[in-house]
Design a protein around this ligand. Structure first.
Ligand SMILES: *Cc1c(COP(=O)(O)O)cnc(C)c1O
Length: 807
């Protein structure tokens, strides 16, 4: 395989390959080719280069009978792939040169690619980063998910109000996938279970076909490639011929439409799930297909199913695939004649579960009657699992209770390990949601702090900083990110700090141009870019950020000659379409932004910008240009966060609470280099016990009281003065997320940030220090931890320098 930093193909040969695809894959000649044609041809030419490492990886895994990881995730938030693949193959410069020689602009072609947005936010993006790291580390792995026809909805603002439209990424051909029409599995639903000769036999009433589409995922330097296998739903038979012959075309096509709805749309709910039958069917659909597929692969290699745990590690990304426990037990019992207890212990030997949230409303539960109707066999098997769990641990935690099937408890009981996603979160998992199960199965809960892939989130998205790092410490860091520590020795070198500042300035200018081109918005690149981008949720407290913005506006107006630090407050993020409060917060940010941006008294000092439709590609433009990272969730609520890591890696200091991985980021960069504020998780819990805590906090803060009164009285909604009365009353009366209690501490800390930012050189040093010290948050480190502590799998790449031919 290719040696470091040497492209596998010359620009000339690559240009020829692009032209060949233009001709034979797109059926176009160059003078008539559209941007789409060029983009497809470039993608296919790059994909060609992935195929050999992909075959080679599969061959080596078969030959060595290596243990494989199966990562089951309802979501993969991938984003664009051209730049990602080009960078991993060291082909980015060659590709750019080749397109140039064909009269095309690489950046324009790359920007034409739609995001593969098969996820809501952090959970789906984590799965995508993990796929990248599994390949970089040479661990044999499959990602399994759903090939949604419509990814996450597109967000638009209509007079400040979020409206959603369908996302249509598959309207154009998806260049990266290989359809596998021969890889099909029947997925069964409904019907009843009969006792026949002392055996339970499932007589399902509905069948849907799961059909595979494979996308190769190539790792760093093309050393290894794994597969992302996504399932599309198809009808069992295309048409009911009999009704068709009777001329009833519509009736004949009804089952087809029904089957296809299963992989039609991604549920747009972030952290709160709705108990909808279609969602349960989606979960079972992709989980069953994936398990059938991996069992078939295992048997085709001549394995004895009793040894399945020696060859198969199945990771459940949240509870969405928790039906894997009973489904694997069903396969072993009903199809391979296992005894119950053997089936359960074998399944448990394969399965591990990642918990992502402590929010009680986000722990999946299904009404038992719905569950028993859709999956009657699994309903019975869960009763067997519960009985086995009682026998082992005593009758304490039930899986089925009060007419509900509890998927968190099911996943826990059927997993050999359960992990949280940051040190704090894993401790809280032990103390809260799974306290009793932790007592019953001590040692089962472990921690694996999340990470991000440095290939996408630094190397590809931040060329100026990438080049500076290469020049300063060499080029060995993208797959060994702790090497960034080498930058520490340069923090007091003025030339290095100048270049770091120049890189940030370049990125800020790029973002300014992007905002101008896209939305016609002008921002001052010399101002502080203060950025909060993530799903809109009460616990993430975009509302607190907005209240602080209004308070600052007041302060500047009261004291127009003060030494204010100019700020651009940038918000980005979508709200779940049914999440009323989150949508009110979006509207308030837009309404307040319009008033503040139109005020001549604060012009040049304070601006609010909220570009619509936040997604991975937007993050890639915003994060490198950020001066200040907002990570301000209520302590104890953000399981980890990964946005926080992306910002720190790209040289943006954090203002944040002691929540999720913020705690570990602060440990890495040093307490004196982190703008900490707010209550701790323990203090949050205690404060909630105090009567009228929100009212008291508001009474104690005239600054906050004034802001709330402005919002309530319609200063930002003059045509509809009561628009935000309900939102403000909510803060007075419930304020479950303690916006009011943390407000003063947040405001004061922002003023400390103002002062720090005003000293440009020391601020830049702080930014560079962040980059130097957060290498630990590479998802390579996270995946190495899973491989060692949970999966017991090894890299198929020889370690040390032996396997890599040195140029
Ligand atoms: C990283 C990322 C997230 C997660 O952000 P958090 O701040 O951790 O919630 C969500 N959406 C996109 C598009 C991302 O890239």
């Amino acid at each position: 395989m290719s040696s470091p930093n040497t492209p596998p193909v010359s620009a000339q040969d690559f240009a020829a390959s692009i032209l060949q695809h233009l001709k034979t894959s797109l059926g176009k000649d160059a003078p008539h080719a559209s941007l789409y044609d060029w983009r497809m041809s470039l993608s296919l030419a790059l994909r060609d280069l992935v195929v050999d490492p992909w075959f080679e990886s599969t061959r080596r895994t078969y030959e060595a009978r290596g243990k494989r990881v199966y990562y089951l995730s309802m979501e993969f938030l991938i984003g664009r792939l051209i730049e990602d693949v080009a960078v991993n193959l060291q082909m980015d410069e060659v590709a750019s040169e080749a397109l140039e020689s064909l009269g095309q602009t690489y950046e324009k072609v790359v920007a034409d690619e739609p995001d593969a947005a098969l996820g809501n936010g952090g959970l789906g993006r984590l799965a995508a980063c993990f796929m990248d790291s599994l390949s970089t580390l040479g661990i044999p792995a499959y990602g399994y998910g759903i090939r949604y026809e419509h990814g996450l909805f597109e967000q638009h603002f209509d007079k400040g109000v979020q409206v959603e439209t369908a996302e249509t990424w598959l309207e154009q051909r998806h260049a990266w996938e290989f359809e596998r029409p021969e890889v099909n599995y029947p997925i069964l639903f409904g019907g009843h279970v009969a006792d026949e000769d002392g055996k339970a036999v499932w007589h399902p009433e509905e069948t849907v076909i799961a059909s595979a589409f494979d996308t190769p995922v190539v790792g760093w330097e093309g050393r290894w490639a794994n597969t992302l296998r996504l399932w599309a739903a198809k009808p069992d038979r295309n048409f009911d011929l009999e009704s068709f012959n009777r001329g009833d075309y519509i009736a004949a096509s009804a089952p087809e439409a029904l089957a296809r709805t299963i992989s039609r749309v991604l549920y747009p709910d972030d952290t709160t799930d709705v108990g909808k039958e279609l969602r349960l069917k989606q979960e079972y659909f992709f989980t069953s297909a994936s398990l059938q597929d991996l069992v078939r692969r295992f048997l085709s290699e001549g394995g004895d199913l009793k040894s399945l745990p020696d060859y198969v590690a199945i990771q459940l990304n949240d509870t969405h695939p928790a039906i894997a426990g009973p489904e694997l037990v069903r396969i072993l019992m009903d199809l391979h004649s296992f005894e119950v207890s053997d089936a359960i212990s074998t399944a448990r030997g394969c399965l591990a579960y990642t918990n992502h949230t402590l929010l009680p409303e986000a722990l999946e539960r299904w009404p038992e009657d719905l569950f028993a109707r859709v999956l009657p066999r699994h309903h019975r098997i869960i009763q067997l699992i519960e009985a086995a769990h009682f026998a082992e641990a005593g009758e304490q935690v039930r899986i089925i209770e009060h007419g509900e099937v509890k998927m968190g408890e099911l996943a826990f009981v059927m997993a050999h390990h359960v992990n949280g996603v940051s040190a704090l979160h894993s401790e809280l998992v032990k103390e809260t949601v799974f306290a009793d199960l932790h007592q019953a199965y001590p040692g089962r809960i472990v921690n694996q702090t999340n990470g991000i892939t440095p290939r996408r989130w630094l190397y590809a998205c931040n060329p100026p900083l990438r080049n500076l790092i290469n020049d300063t410490i060499g080029t060995a860091w993208p797959d060994d990110l702790e090497k960034l520590q080498g930058l520490n020795a340069h923090l007091d070198d003025p030339a290095f700090i100048d270049r770091f500042q120049a890189a940030k300035d370049t990125n800020k200018a790029r973002l300014s141009d992007w905002l101008k081109d896209r939305d016609g918005v002008s921002v001052d690149p010399a101002a502080m870019f203060d950025v909060q981008i993530k799903r809109i949720h009460e616990y993430k407290r975009q509302l607190m950020n907005l209240l602080e913005t209004v308070a600052l506006w007041n302060e500047i107006r009261d004291n127009p000659n003060g030494a204010w630090t100019p700020r651009v407050k940038i918000f980005g993020g979508k709200a779940a379409p049914g999440y009323v409060v989150a949508k009110e917060i979006i509207r308030l940010i837009n309404d307040a932004g319009a008033v503040i941006n139109g005020d001549p008294a604060t012009k040049g000092l304070l601006q609010v910008v909220y570009p619509e439709n936040y997604n991975v590609s937007m993050a890639e433009v915003l994060i490198p240009a950020t001066d200040l990272s907002e990570q301000i969730s209520t302590a104890g609520k953000e399981a980890s966060g990964t946005g926080n890591m992306k910002f720190a890696l790209n040289g943006a200091p954090t203002i944040g609470t002691l929540d999720g991985a913020n705690v570990e980021i602060r440990d890495c960069v040093g307490a004196e280099n982190f703008f900490l504020f707010g209550l701790t998780a323990a203090e949050v819990a205690a404060r909630r016990m105090e009567p009228d805590y929100a009212r008291h906090a508001i009474e104690a803060s005239p600054r906050l009281g004034r802001v709330l009164e402005q919002i309530r009285s319609g200063v930002f909604s003059p045509s509809d003065k009561d628009r935000y009365a309900g939102l403000v009353d909510g803060l007075f009366n419930h304020d479950y997320f303690l916006v009011t209690c943390d407000f003063d501490s947040y405001f004061d800390t922002q003023r400390v940030v103002d002062t720090a930012f005003a000293d440009a050189r020391s601020w830049t040093r702080l930014a560079a220090l962040n980059t130097a010290r957060v290498g630990w948050f590479s998802s390579d480190r996270t995946i190495s931890g899973y491989a060692r502590d949970i999966w017991n799998v090894r890299s198929m790449l020889a370690t040390g320098s032996g396997d890599r031919d040195v140029a």
